[in-house]
Design a protein around this ligand. Structure first.
Ligand code: IPE
Ligand code: IPE
Ligand code: MG
Length: 255
């Protein structure tokens, strides 16, 4: 059901993943290939972010998580970090109206407190303003690291146990997952990484347990709707077993 007048175009092959996460990598190499400064790669990368959010909404994806800045990325040169923060603030300012008009809810994971105020304040305001939106959830991973998130969740459980509010037996998978920040999102079905690298780089380690992985050589600034739909088509053709046996209907169909 579309409430905001956006035309929904289904991809050629269902099923559609409920939650897609993307490691947006390759901005620096895109720039280097053209003899441009890395900053220009990041600027073009931000344009790709706008494209992919629009495409996800039009395709009817329930949730999209984007790895925009890792906890480890703070170690990059000061000028590059500052440029990325300015791009992030510009994204929030420029996209605010469209995200709200299209019924998109913005949420974040990561250590938001470490972001400069000129990024944190408008982000937090948009999270509040969009909280009631239901058409799609856009989750931005900012100053995010999965080990950091798992450590924080373990610490939260320990604090509650020490206060007597929780017994060791209450520390279940559900209890831990609920303290990861992604607890309210649908299960992660598809994880895409661009630029040809085949590693997780501290992204969604827990959530990716049974996600389908898709690696594309396309550098992030070149990521377009066709690349996105190719990844979705690849997902649609996979057989997910979750440790069980193959579905006999699928096995039969494959001869
Ligand atoms: C991804 O592109 C953007 C961020 C990590 C913020 P990179 O900046 O990592 O680009 P490469 O990997 O150097 O090409
Ligand atoms: C992962 O990319 C982080 C983001 C895309 C935000 P990196 O470029 O930082 O990861 P490594 O250094 O290749 O592992
Ligand atoms: Mg990189």
């Amino acid at each position: 059901v579309v409430s905001s007048g956006v035309e929904v175009t289904m991809p050629a092959v269902p099923p559609l993943p409920r939650h897609v996460a993307i490691i947006m990598d390759g901005n620096g190499r895109w720039a280097a290939e053209r003899g441009l400064p890395r900053a220009e790669g990041h600027r073009r990368g931000a344009e790709a972010v706008r494209r992919v959010v629009r495409a996800a909404r039009e395709l009817g994806l329930p949730a999209l998580t984007l790895y925009a800045f890792s906890a480890q990325n703070w170690g990059r040169p000061r000028g590059e970090v500052a440029h990325l923060m300015r791009l992030l603030a510009a994204f929030v300012a420029d996209e605010r109206a469209e995200l709200l008009a299209r019924g998109i809810r913005l949420v974040t994971i990561g250590d938001l407190g470490s972001l400069p105020r000129f990024v944190r304040a408008p982000l937090a305001a948009l999270e509040v303003a969009s909280a009631g939106n239901r058409a799609m959830t856009l989750c931005l991973a900012l100053s995010y690291g999965a080990r950091e998130a798992l450590t924080a969740a373990a610490r939260a459980l320990a604090t509650e146990a020490a206060a007597g509010r929780l017994r060791p037996g209450d520390v279940t998978e559900q209890a831990l997952a609920a303290r990861l920040g992604t607890g309210a999102l649908p299960p992660l079905d598809l994880l895409i990484r661009t630029s040809g690298e085949q590693r997780l780089s501290n992204f969604l380690l827990w959530e990716a347990a049974y996600a389908e992985l898709c690696f594309t050589p396309v550098l992030w600034p070149d990521f377009d709707r066709a690349t996105f739909e190719a990844a979705l088509a690849s997902y649609a053709g996979r057989e997910r077993r979750f440790g069980l046996l193959a579905d006999p209907r699928v096995a039969g169909a494959r001869g």
